[in-house]
Design a protein around this ligand. Sequence first.
Ligand code: HEC
Ligand code: HEC
Length: 220
Amino acid sequence: MALRGLALGAACCALATASLAAPAPTGAGLSAPVPEAARVQHGRALARSCAACHGIDGNASGPQFPKLAGQGAAYLERELERFRPQRPGAPAARVSPVMNPIAQGLSAQDRLDLAAYFASCELKPALAPRAAELADGARIWRGGIAGRRVPACAACHGADGHGIPPLYPSLAGQWSEYLVSQLRAFRDGTRNDQGPMHDIASRMTEDQIRQVADFASGLH
Ligand code: HEC
Ligand code: HEC
């Protein structure tokens, strides 16, 4: 699995690189939507200001920063919107001392273009987690936790963890530590998702959270 990750890594962001060289499509009138290649190219230029934490190719180098590479574009754009306080001084729907001011500085077009760029990058999966955790995590992933009314994660995030766009994000290959931090944030309400994750995370023990996060991180 590690080898596959390395091989994929070599081709990382090939699309973005190709789009830099490709001429702009001809015949695009003034009212035409911005072509995908131009959006990705603009996103790549903006991504320089994200690179210190998320990596220029969206493969964050440390587990405190989520990998953005290969994540669904609609999900990335929505989260950038949620990091923005709706009014000055008001809390954002998704609280992060780091991301809140960064997201505030982005225009709607910036958010779209950054999302298109990072979605086009090739994910280099996180290192395989501890094998001991995998059996328990796999059970939760595939079957949920019956006694606690926790549904199977696979129902929404996909059997392979790649998510179901546009609603359900990919978790495969993400840092386990980051997944744990988000499950805690859903549970504690600092990440207000208006969806099912608050209830799901609230019904899980710390051990169960770690087990399923390790399992998801190991999915490729
Ligand atoms: C100083 C470090 C830093 C920089 C620079 C930074 N980020 Fe982040 N980013 C973070 C951290 C930390 C989180 C996790 C926040 C949390 O816990 O909710 C995050 C989360 C995110 C997420 C949510 C990912 C998910 O899976 O839900 C997106 C999207 C994102 N950042 C995009 C960006 C973009 C685009 C830029 C550049 C314009 C950027 N970030 C710059 C640190 C950074
Ligand atoms: C009914 C559908 C559904 C089920 C079942 C579900 N999720 Fe989610 N999950 C979502 C949605 C929707 C989001 C996006 C949250 C948002 O919009 O803030 C999400 C987001 C997440 C995130 C944040 C990802 C990121 O990049 O920040 C994690 C972690 C997560 N889910 C873990 C799990 C785990 C573990 C399970 C199983 C115990 C699970 N989910 C079951 C719908 C679901």
